[in-house]
Design a protein. Structure first.
Length: 153
């Protein structure tokens, strides 16, 4: 087996690396905007969105951690922060006392909707700017082409 065969396809790695760098920069910009305008973090927004589109009785903390990509202890701390802000509440499962669900409060629904709308607006502007940067232009074009054919959750 040739060394090139074991190394994988270099263009995939390069594309992944560029995409990771671009997403990192986008996330940093979105984090700053969310913190200053909405007083929440990007992972907190992701949880508020998951809860809004989830089951009306709430979502198990374990399921949130999988959906958002955080380990359970990080998710537990994040849910506690959201509770302290009055945006979520924990509810015990009626069928399984060990099960804990997280639900949105009315304030959480409102803040989540406002933050998501603002984040969508900011991301669009950031992608517009990135589309003129030679490092990111092809990634933005691929992203927008793919997103145009995808359904919103």
């Amino acid at each position: 087996m040739a060394a090139d065969d074991r190394a994988g396809r270099p263009e995939e790695f390069d594309l992944w690396r560029r995409m990771t760098l671009m997403v990192g920069q986008l996330n940093q910009s979105l984090e700053r905007m969310l913190a200053s305008e909405c007083q929440i973090s990007l992972p907190e927004l992701m949880v508020l969105i998951e809860l809004r589109y989830g089951h009306e009785r709430g979502t198990r903390v374990q399921e949130l951690s999988t959906a958002v990509g955080l380990d359970q202890s990080s998710m537990s701390r994040l849910v506690t922060r959201l509770e302290n802000k009055g945006l979520t509440a924990r509810v015990s499962c009626e069928h399984d006392r060990r099960g804990v669900y997280c639900t949105l409060t009315p304030a959480g629904t409102e803040r989540g909707e406002q933050a998501e709308a603002r984040c969508r607006e900011e991301l669009s502007g950031l992608l517009d700017a990135a589309s003129f940067d030679d490092r990111w232009a092809s990634l933005v074009a691929r992203f927008r082409h793919t997103a145009a054919g995808a359904a919103t959750p």
